[in-house]
Structure formats: structure tokens, C-alpha cells
Design a protein around this ligand. Sequence first.
Ligand SMILES: Cc1cc2nc3c(=O)[nH]c(=O)nc-3n(C[C@H](O)[C@H](O)[C@H](O)COP(=O)(O)O)c2cc1C
Length: 352
Amino acid sequence: MKPDSIFSLSEFEELAQTCMSSMALNYVSGGAADELTLKANCEEWKRIKLKPQVLVDVSRVDLKTTVLGQPMQLPILLAPTAFHRLCHDEGEKATIAGANQAGASLVLSTYATESVETIAAAAMQPLWFQLYAQNDREVSRALLQRAEQAGCKAICLTVDTPVLGARNRESRSQFQVPADFKLPNLAFDSAAITQRIHHQDPLSPTLTWKDVEWLRSIATVPLVLKGIINPGDAVRAVEAGVAGIIVSNHGGRNLDTLPPTAEALPRITEKVRGKLAILVDGGIRRGTDVLKAVALGADAVLIGRPYLYGLAAAGADGVERVLEILKTELKLAMALTGRTSIGQLDRTVLWD
Ligand SMILES: Cc1cc2nc3c(=O)[nH]c(=O)nc-3n(C[C@H](O)[C@H](O)[C@H](O)COP(=O)(O)O)c2cc1C
């Protein structure tokens, strides 16, 4: 399969069905319970309509932006997702190669199947590290410092997963982390992780705002909270002095019937815009979705499943192609709405 014969992210999703094991596919594509939030995440972006401005010179459209003071070539990052070797033998090494080819940043998961040092050495754009805080603070501290020493430019603390959600599809397919997988950022092996997942062992049930303040005090790079949906929590994040938040419902994988992120985002930006960086993920599948998210006040978006499907279908080139498709679609959407830079995207581009 030649990635350039694929023209949309949904085609990659279809293709992935033919090249992933059913266990891996169920793990990646599934959500929590009835998967209502998972579905709504994609649908809600589509419901928002655009208001174009005509007769604007759009011969040059620029996607460059700055997030957390870091220059980015495009307002799209790869969200942290676990176990890339489930999708491709080269795992995160292929992912970072694809991200490099497209000029995008990756947020590396704590549950990566490659070490943070290996991926940081390969990254050509700022690499961020996603932290699942561990019950033992010293283990969390060591992980954070290891990521910083490797060269990660931000730490995204996941705050929406004190326990894993009721993932029926994943359980039905008896998900297991294959025994030969290494999880080099953690002290435990794949069997221990499978055990955690099956026995619903809580990940970090004791994590509170006190720990956020502690992590912020020891971090030397910006701390971002991933998994904010409640506008009140966004205000609390500002008070805690973190550098940013990711508006996210974990791709509909944890608590079903949470609102889609397209609905939560404007309520959050209304309260905290300008006080910290705001990113959003969940259901972003088209360049128009990216444009709408930025128009609603996000500094950037992240994508999860789409690049995993690209990775499964064609390794690094698949990841690159997924990003290139979104980039092209975003540029077209900007030109067709009469906008030439990311800074020009605000609510006036939305049909009110
Ligand atoms: C297979 C898979 C694994 C994930 N693993 C993690 C993870 O290790 N840490 C984390 O914070 N979020 C994880 N997420 C959530 C993503 O970071 C992101 O919030 C979500 O995928 C965005 O939604 P989308 O898939 O619709 O783009 C995972 C998501 C998927 C699909």
C-alpha cells in the first residue's frame, strides 16, 4: 500500500482493520461502556458550521504557531498513546520518524514500548512526555527527571485516569500486552501491566491537586494537565500555576457520557483563555476540525487513533501521511474561509 494513495483519515481507519490483529484493533478503536462519548467526540466537530470571508488574498497560508513558548510548524501534535508496537514492529521509533517527516511533535506515553531516551534522541521537534503518576512519589519524581534529562520540553500529567474506565470492547477481546514487549520507562514488565488492566488495578487513585503543586515545584519544564473537561477544574489549574491544560475525555475511553470535547472547549476557553496554554483532543479527523478547535480558543490539537491507524498501515510513512492529510486539509480550510495565519482563527470564522 502506498500511503499517498490514501486521501482521508477514515480511509486509514478502514485500512487498519485489514492489517491489525483483532485484539490490537479493539484496544485502539474501543472506548468506555456504550461508547457514546467516543462517537460524540467525532460528531460534535462536524456539527459546527463555518462562516467564510471571500475576496481575501490567500496565496500564502501559514500554519506555524507557538505553544508553551515553543515554535511549532503546525498546530497538531501526536497524543500520547500506549504500546505502539501493537500497531507496528518498529513501535515508537516509526512514530517519531513519521512525526519528524511531517514536522510535528509527539507526546510520548509513559507506557511507550521504547525508552524516552531513544525517542528524544530521534525527535526533531520538541518532544513532550506524558506522565502517569505512580503511587510512590519517588517513582514519579524519577520518571519526570528522567524525561527532563532526556530532553523532553514539557510534562503532560494525565489527571483523568485515577482508575481505568469500563472498556467492554477491550475486555471482550481479552486484551494482553504481549509478553515480549518491553516498557522501558517503567520498572515493571508487560505481564504486570496486563495484570493491572485486567484486575482494574487503579493507576493513581490518590493523585490530588497537592501532587500537582508538588510536581510543578520540582519540574524544570512546563507542566500540562491532560484530561480537563470541567471548566471549574480549568480555573483550578490556573490557580495551581500549571503552564497548560489539555481539554480531553481520554478519547472516550474512561467515563462514558462525558460531553464531547468540542462542547467542553468553549466553556473552558471562556474562563481561562490567555491564562495558560489550552490544547484539545478527541475526535479530530479533518482539517476543518482543527480549524474549529483553534477558532474556539485552542492553541493546538492532538490526534490519537488516526496516527495509530497510519502506523499500523504503513509505519513511519503512514504516520507522516496522516499528518500531511490533516495539514493540507487545514490549509485548504483556511484559504477557503479567507484566513492566512493561525492567529487569524477566532470565533468570527464560525457560523453563529
Ligand atoms: C490506544 C490508545 C492508547 C492511549 N494511551 C494513552 C496513554 O498512555 N496516556 C494518555 O494520557 N492517554 C492515552 N490515550 C488517550 C489519548 O492521548 C487521547 O486523549 C485520545 O486518543 C484522543 O482522542 P482520538 O483518539 O479520538 O484522537 C490513549 C488513546 C488510545 C486510543
